[in-house]
Design a protein around this ligand. Structure first.
Ligand code: GLC
Ligand code: CA
Length: 522
C-alpha cells in the first residue's frame, strides 16, 4: 500500500468545465492550478483529471490523438508540469487519465496502421484480413481505409482498439498476447506512462482497464497479466505511483497490479441502491427517483448495498482499495435524486467508509444535473459536465467569455448553488463536506485501509433503516429515515459523540440517532 493513499481524498476534475483563465470559454490547466488552495481547503489532497491530451474530442478527449501533448485548449505541457509542481508544494498528488484500450482514429499510429504498405504500426490495432470480414463478435468498421481489412472498435466509431492480442483465438488475423505486435503495444503504453511520470505525475486512472485483450477468459487471465507487468514496471521505476482502474471488479483489479478500483453505478447494483436507484440509470431523464437508501422515505435498507459491496470488500481489502465515489463524468449527478439533507448524510457515509473517496467537482455544493443536448459524445452524460459554479454573477465565476461561447452553459436557475455563497453559510452542504473531510484527516482510524466491520445492519422495517459500522476504535452510524432510531450498539461506558450531522445521543448502551442523521462515536 502506497503511503500517500492512506489519507488520500480525491477530487475529480473535468478540465473543460472547471476554471477558465484566458476567457475562451473553456476550462484550462492554469485554472486548475489556481484552484488548488480551494481544493485543499475543502479537504481533498489529490486530483484525478479527465483526459487533457490532444484530441479531436469526439468522446470528450477519451479519443486521444497524441498521448504526449496537452490539448492546446487546456494549455501546454509546461502548464501541466507547473500544475504537478504546485500540487506537490502543497502536499497534493495528481492522477492523469490513461486511455490504453484505444486511440482516436486520427492518432498517427492509426494513420500508419491504415496504410497498404506494411510498417511498424500495421499491427498496433486489430485488423481483419479482408475488407468484407466481420469482427468475430466485436464491432468493426470497413471501407474507410486503403488497407484491405476491417478494424475492431473499442467504444465509439472514433476509437479503434489497440492490439493487445486475443485469449481464445478463432481467426487467423487474431494474435496471441505474446506476439511481437501485442508486446509492442504494451511497451508503447508504458512509454506514455513514463513520459508523464518523469514530468511529475503521480499515477493514472485507467480507462476501461478490463478491455485490453479480446476473447479473454472469464477471469481476464491475459488482461490481468498485462496489468501485473505494467505494475511491476511502476514498482521498479516509480514505486509511489498509483493506479486506479475503471473496472468495478476488485477481485481482478486489486490482485493484478491496481492499487484501487472504483465501485461504479450499474443498474440496481449495490452502489446504485445507495445513491440513485432510478428506473433506468443510463437515462438522461431520471424518473422514479426516491428509492435510494439515502432518500428519506424510500424504505430501502442498507442490505441492498452491503450484499454487493461487503463480499467484494472482504475478498480484497488486503490487496488494495475499493473506492466509493459521489459521482463521475459518466453518471447523473447525485443532486438529481437526493435533497441537500440527503446528500449530507450520503457523503458522510461515503467519506467514512474504507477506500479512498472520490468527490466529483461541484458535488460539494450539490451542483444539479442539467438537461442539455449532447456535446462531444457526452449524450446523457453532458448534463453532469457543466461549468463549476464559483460565485454569483457572470457565468457563475467560471469564465469571462460571452455566455454563448462557453463550453457548456452554466446552471441557469436563479438559485444555482455556488461556492462563494455556501462558504458564507455555516449550514451549507459545502461546510458539511469540509467538516467531515477534516474529521477524516484527523483520525487514522478513518484511513483508507484502516479496519472496517459491520456493527448493525438490520433489514429495513418501515422507517427503521439505520446502519452502523466500526472503523478501528471509532463507531460510525447513519439513519437516512424521517424518524428517530434507537440502535442497540452495546456501547461501552464513556462513549461520546465526536462528530454529528442532525442529532445523536448516547443513552446507556444505545445510540439514539435523529431523523436524517449521522454520527461518529469514540
Ligand atoms: C470510459 C470513460 C468514458 C468514455 C469511455 C471510452 O468509460 O469514463 O467517459 O466515454 O471510457 O473511453
Ligand atoms: Ca481557457
Amino acid at each position: 500500500m502506497k503511503q500517500w493513499l492512506k489519507d488520500a481524498v480525491f477530487y475529480e476534475i473535468y478540465p473543460q468545465s472547471f476554471c477558465d483563465t484566458n476567457g475562451d470559454g473553456i476550462g484550462d490547466l492554469p485554472g486548475i492550478t489556481s484552484k488548488l488552495d480551494y481544493i485543499k481547503g475543502l479537504g481533498c489532497n489529490a486530483l484525478w483529471i479527465n483526459p487533457c491530451f490532444d484530441s479531436p474530442f469526439k468522446d470528450a478527449g477519451y479519443d486521444v490523438r497524441d498521448y504526449k501533448k496537452v490539448a492546446p485548449r487546456y494549455g501546454t505541457n509546461e502548464d501541466l508540469a507547473q500544475l504537478f509542481r504546485t500540487a506537490h508544494e502543497k502536499g497534493m498528488h495528481v492522477l492523469l487519465d490513461l486511455v490504453p484500450g484505444h486511440t482516436s482514429e486520427e492518432h498517427p499510429w492509426f494513420k500508419a496502421s491504415s496504410q497498404v504498405e506494411k510498417n511498424e504500426y500495421s499491427g498496433r490495432y486489430i485488423w481483419t484480413d479482408h475488407c468484407f470480414a466481420g469482427g468475430d463478435g466485436m464491432p468493426f468498421i470497413g471501407g474507410e481505409t486503403d488497407r484491405n481489412g476491417t478494424y475492431i472498435l473499442n467504444f465509439f466509431k472514433c476509437q479503434p482498439a489497440l492490439n493487445y492480442g486475443y485469449g481464445k483465438i478463432h481467426e487467423s488475423w487474431q494474435q496471441p498476447t505474446d506476439a511481437p505486435d501485442c508486446r509492442a503495444t504494451v511497451e508503447a503504453i508504458k512509454d506514455v506512462m513514463r513520459f508523464w511520470l518523469a514530468m511529475g505525475c503521480d499515477g493514472f486512472r485507467v480507462d476501461m482497464a478490463f478491455s485490453l485483450v479480446k476473447n479473454d477468459t472469464h477471469h481476464k487471465k491475459y488482461t490481468c497479466a498485462i496489468w501485473r507487468d505494467i505494475a511491476a514496471m511502476l514498482q521498479e521505476e516509480y514505486p509511489q505511483a498509483a493506479l486506479i482502474s475503471e473496472w468495478n471488479a476488485p477481485r481482478l483489479a486489486l490482485k493484478n497490479g491496481f492499487d484501487m478500483d472504483f465501485m461504479l453505478s450499474g443498474t440496481h447494483n449495490g452502489y446504485d441502491w445507495l445513491m440513485r436507484a432510478y428506473d433506468g440509470t443510463m437515462d438522461s431523464n431520471p424518473h422514479n427517483i426516491g428509492k435510494a437508501y439515502f432518500c428519506k422515505d424510500s424504505g430501502t435498507g442498507i442490505d441492498k448495498f452491503l450484499d454487493d459491496w461487503l463480499p467484494s470488500y472482504k475478498a480484497t481489502h488486503k490487496d488494495g482499495l475499493y473506492c466509493l465515489i459521489t459521482c463521475n463524468h459518466d453518471t447523473i449527478r447525485p443532486a438529481a435524486g437526493l435533497t441537500t439533507d440527503e446528500l449530507r448524510i450520503a457523503y458522510a457515509m461515503l467519506f467514512t467508509m474504507p477506500g479512498a473517496p472520490f468527490l466529483y467537482y461541484g458535488d460539494e455544493i450539490g451542483m444539479r444535473y442539467q438537461k442539455l443536448p449532447t456535446k462531444e459524445g457526452g449524450y446523457f452524460r453532458t448534463g453532469s459536465r457543466t461549468p463549476m459554479q464559483w460565485a454569483p454573477g457572470k457565468n457563475l465565476g467560471f469564465s469571462d467569455a460571452a455566455p454563448e461561447s462557453l463550453y457548456l452553459p452554466v446552471d441557469p436557475s436563479a438559485d444555482a448553488p455556488t461556492v462563494a455563497q455556501q462558504q458564507e453559510d455555516p449550514n451549507s452542504l459545502w461546510h458539511t463536506v469540509q467538516s467531515i473531510l477534516a474529521f477524516r484527516h484527523a483520525h487514522r482510524d478513518l484511513d483508507s485501509d484502516a479496519p472496517f466491520k459491520v456493527l448493525f445492519a438490520p433489514k429495513a422495517k418501515g422507517d427503521y433503516r439505520p446502519f452502523a459500522w466500526r472503523r478501528g476504535k471509532l463507531i460510525c452510524a447513519v439513519n437516512p429515515a424521517g424518524a428517530q432510531a434507537e440502535l442497540p450498539l452495546k456501547l461501552k461506558e464513556g462513549t461520546r459523540t465526536l462528530f454529528v450531522i442532525g442529532s445523536a445521543e448516547v443513552r446507556g448502551e444505545d445510540l439514539i440517532l435523529g431523523d436524517q442523521s449521522f454520527a461518529v462515536l469514540g
